[in-house]
Design a protein around this ligand. Sequence first.
Ligand SMILES: [Zn+2]
Length: 208
Amino acid sequence: MDVPGDFTEQKDLMIHAARRAYDIRLQSGDGGNLSIRLPGTNTILIKASGCSFGDMTHEDIVAVGLDGQLAAGEARKPSREIATHLAVYRSREDIKAIFHCHSPWSTAASLCFDTWPPVSLPQEMKIGIVEVLSLGEGHADSNVADAVKNFLSSRPDVKAFVQQRHGIFCMSSGIIKAEHDAELVEEAAQIAMLAKIGGAFSDNGKLL
Ligand SMILES: [Zn+2]
């Protein structure tokens, strides 16, 4: 599969989103990943495996077809979590970008809630209910893809979900927006956890 062009502008936006997330500690080390759909193609650009959001360069971005095949000339491996990204893009044509990070408040909230309702006006306006998905322990197996596909078919307008014990996935029309949504989900998770400590939730996870 040949992919024409060097996509400098798109890669610059991905790097901007990654560095912003790293700078505010939404992601540490070499975890997390992000991708975009190249307009008019069946191809995505995704972060390579093993690089950090903090010092990502154009060489750390890999072109992959929606069928999972690497583009011609690509030497790097894509993120281990490419199965989740491909499942989203195959299920929702409106999604142009995905941002994923292992941020601590959302991961903690995923252990305490099956879903958490809008705990702030910004969450209510921009994200809505955040659902926690159990996708198993694998990163690239068909179970992950099937679980994501089933979830998206039941929630066609969903903008974000949290994989239990793992982290946030935000899906949007652009990578900057997707990263901003991840910041909001993390903020909402922090509020939800503090509200839970303060007694604002019932035992079954409903706001009192
Ligand atoms: Zn992950």
